[in-house]
Design a protein around this ligand. Structure first.
Ligand code: SF4
Ligand code: SF4
Length: 121
């Protein structure tokens, strides 16, 4: 299957996972979020407003999916938001739903010899 290697800022031109899943979390996480950004799901779970519906889209997501997006509460986003990682199964499932090419997961070893690296221009 055709796939591509993600860039570090790949999410800024995607946003698919913010408009595909119900983004739910333990209700107390919502105490740190603007009230209109959350909705109750059960007695103990809340979700990002707009994501508990047949065509989900988080109300905090601004922009056009697949072109340019931003999160209106990135620093305060939920643990569920943080769980999705670029190129993981959820990421690629959401991307596929929007007709975007899946990302190839890279298993990069941690750099071990950069300490004395000096860039020469
Ligand atoms: S679907 Fe993947 S690439 Fe797109 S915003 Fe979510 S984590 Fe980023
Ligand atoms: S809070 Fe931000 S990161 Fe989380 S689903 Fe909404 S737009 Fe996406």
């Amino acid at each position: 299957m055709l796939s591509q290697v993600p860039t570090q800022d790949a999410c800024l031109s995607c946003g698919a996972c913010c408009a595909f899943f119900r983004v739910s979390f333990y209700w107390a996480e919502g105490l740190h979020m603007p009230e209109h950004y959350t909705e109750p799901v059960t007695a103990v779970y809340s979700c990002m407003a707009g994501t508990n519906q047949p065509q989900p889209r988080c109300v905090a997501l601004a922009g056009e999916i697949g072109r340019q997006v931003s999160c209106g509460m990135y620093e305060a986003r939920s643990s569920s938001c943080k769980e999705v990682q670029i190129a993981d199964a959820q990421c690629n499932k959401a991307r596929a739903a929007y007709g975007m090419i899946p990302f190839t997961a890279l298993d990069m070893p941690a750099p071990v010899n950069d300490d004395d690296f000096n860039q020469v221009s």
